[in-house]
Write a protein that binds this ligand. Structure first.
Ligand code: ZN
Length: 130
């Protein structure tokens, strides 16, 4: 876990250890960031073709602009999310995808400067590889 970057309270860490908690936490973040029109979901990785590569490249979240949806892979949330490390990575991934949603017009869904600046601005930690 890195210094600076994402800060989670002990209560948030706890909340993020269950799927319902992750849904609740993510919903709050989206609403706070002006993404109330966006949907957050936790789905089996197999639901989307590109998610089948998740196990290989380590990605656990996805921003789907055309559906105004941010998703996390259930496999990650349930298998790896149930500890402190998992809570941090889950939260950071939610913010990572929110930063994409907020910079679609400038970075087009990529990891450019606008995306990284936004990610830091909303409390994410770009050094954590998600
Ligand atoms: Zn990304």
């Amino acid at each position: 876990m890195s210094e600076g970057g994402l800060f989670l309270t002990a209560v948030e860490m706890d909340v993020l250890m269950s799927e319902d908690g992750v849904r609740e936490w993510a919903r709050d973040q989206l609403d706070d960031l002006g993404l109330s029109e966006w949907t957050f979901d936790i789905v089996p990785a197999e639901k989307f073709p590109s998610m089948s590569e998740w196990a290989v490249d380590g990605s656990i979240g996805m921003c789907i602009p055309e559906e105004h949806t941010i998703v996390l892979a259930r496999e990650f949330v349930t298998e790896n999310g149930a500890d402190e490390w998992g809570s941090f990575t889950t939260a950071n991934t939610v913010l990572h995808e929110c930063a994409h949603a907020l910079t679609l017009n400038t970075d087009g869904g990529g990891h450019g400067e606008a995306w990284e600046a936004k990610f830091r601005e909303i409390g994410g930690d770009p050094d954590e590889d998600v």
